[in-house]
Design a protein around this ligand. Structure first.
Ligand code: MN
Length: 231
């Protein structure tokens, strides 16, 4: 038996301080999960968490100490940055209680949920799916995985994004509307999680457009820096 063509390579992320590789299965994302970002998108109040996905091969893997290259995507005139804390699942499960979520977390990374905002806005208006706005090629630059410290999910830590040296987004993971345990509880009620799943946990306020030639530097305390150039 042979494949009719070479199967696509396994997508994987480097592990900080190790030669080991983290194989990626699915990429889940949480929508509107910081109050000030929900407001800037025209929403208020605590809605139930909601989710969308990106294909694993939309990740732009950026090893430590390098600058990732993100080609400016087609069709859009309004490419937005969204800096996010990413949770990496190491143990699968369904219907995981928030209190048990820490046992399922392998580690964390810094990621960017890049968004074709004009196409997403049109999809919202028409009541259509979000894939054209969210799940395009190279839409998810991400740095190495850092192993979780301790048994409980991360609850705080500065998160920020600079573009060309100017601060665009600056907040704290403590301001998540739905914390990591709650995200895993809600998500695992909808889909069974497996090792290799990534969860982009939402972005704070300050989302805005980037152009070709812009240099982005994302940071989450304890997880290093994510350098990405738009080309
Ligand atoms: Mn996002």
């Amino acid at each position: 038996m042979s494949f009719v063509f070479d199967p696509p390579p396994q997508v994987w992320l480097p592990l900080a301080g190790s030669d080991a590789r983290f194989p990626v299965r699915r990429v889940y994302c949480v929508g509107r999960n910081y109050v000030e970002h929900a407001k800037e998108m025209g929403f208020s109040g605590r809605e139930a968490p909601f989710f969308f996905m990106k294909p694993a091969d939309a990740l732009v893997v950026v090893p430590h100490g390098t600058t990732g290259q993100m080609p400016y995507p087609s069709v859009t005139q309004d490419l937005h940055h969204e800096i996010e804390l990413v949770v990496a699942i190491g143990r699968g499960g369904a219907r995981i209680a928030a209190a048990d979520a820490g046992q399922h977390i392998f580690g964390y990374a810094v990621g960017l949920d890049m968004t074709r905002r004009d196409l997403q806005g049109e999809a919202k208006k028409q009541g259509r799916p979000w894939e054209v706005g969210k799940a395009f090629d190279a839409s998810a630059p991400i740095g190495p995985i850092h192993r979780a410290q301790g048994a409980s999910p991360m609850t705080a830590g500065a998160i920020s994004l600079e573009v060309n040296g100017s601060m665009r987004q600056s907040s704290d993971v403590a301001k998540l509307i739905w914390n990591i345990g709650e995200i895993i509880e809600h998500l695992s009620a909808l889909w069974a999680l497996s090792p290799g799943d990534l969860i982009f946990t939402g972005t704070p306020e300050g989302v805005a457009a980037v152009s070709r030639g812009d240099q982005m530097v994302g940071r989450v305390a304890g997880l290093g820096e994510l350098h990405v150039a738009v080309s």
